[in-house]
Ligand binder design. Structure first.
Ligand code: SF4
Length: 184
C-alpha cells in the first residue's frame, strides 16, 4: 500500500528521548551495519547520538522514545511536533506510557518523597531546581500531540525498526502487525 512517493533526496531525521530508559535508542543502534545503508537515505540531524542542542526546523521524520512525564517533556514534544512532518512513537513508553506511567496511581508527592527524602539519607531534600517538574500524570505521546505511526515493543527489535524505516523510506505504509506488539 503506497502512502507517499519515494524521494531520492535524503530525509531529515531526528530521534528524541523523553522519559524512557534509552533501550529504544540502543535497539536503533543495534541495526548495526545496516545503518550504513540507511545513511545514504537519511541525515540524522538531532538525536542523543548527535551533539546538537536545538531541534531543527523542517524535519521529515522524528522517532520519539519515552513517555511525557515532565513539563520539559511536554514543552519539547510540542516543539518537535510543530517542526516534524512525520512523528513516530517508538517503543511502549511512547505508545502507552508503559513503565514511567506506573507512578500514576501513586501520585507525584509520594514519588518525590520516596526518591528524595526516604531514599537519600545524606542530602535528603526535594529538588526545586535543575530537575524538571513532573506532570501530575505520565501520558503516552499521542495524548498530547498528534502521532502518525506507532512502533510498539519494549524495546522494538532492531529488525523491527529497520523494517519500519525502510518501508517508510520506500514510500510504503509499514505493516508491523505480524512482527511486533506491546511488550514484545
Ligand atoms: S519501551 Fe522499553 S526499552 Fe523503550 S524506553 Fe520504554 S522501557 Fe525502555
Amino acid at each position: 500500500m503506497t502512502k507517499a512517493k519515494a524521494s531520492t533526496a535524503k530525509k531529515r531525521v531526528a530521534t528524541v528521548w523523553l522519559d524512557g530508559c534509552s533501550g529504544c535508542h540502543m535497539s536503533f543502534i543495534d541495526i548495526d551495519e545496516r545503518l550504513l545503508g540507511l545513511a545514504s537515505q537519511i541525515e540524522l540531524l538531532y538525536s542523543p547520538l548527535v551533539d546538537r542542542k536545538d531541534f531543527p526546523e523542517d524535519m521529515d521524520l522524528t522517532l520519539v522514545e519515552g513517555s511525557v512525564s515532565s513539563e520539559e517533556d511536554l514543552h519539547k514534544i510540542k516543539i518537535v511536533r510543530s517542526r516534524t512532518k512525520i512523528l513516530v512513537s517508538l517503543g511502549d513508553c511512547a505508545v502507552t506510557g508503559n513503565v514511567p506511567s506506573m507512578r500514576n496511581p501513586i501520585g507525584v508527592q509520594a514519588v518525590m518523597q520516596r526518591a528524595y527524602l526516604e531514599s537519600n539519607l545524606v542530602h535528603a531534600a526535594i529538588p526545586s531546581q535543575i530537575v524538571p517538574k513532573l506532570l501530575p500524570v505520565v501520558t503516552p505521546v499521542h495524548a498530547v500531540v498528534k502521532v502518525d505511526y506507532f512502533v510498539p515493543g519494549c524495546p522494538p527489535s532492531a529488525d523491527t525498526i529497520y523494517f519500519f524505516l525502510t518501508e517508510l523510506l520506500a514510500g510504503r505504509t509499514p505493516d508491523l502487525y505480524s512482527i511486533t506488539r506491546f511488550g514484545k
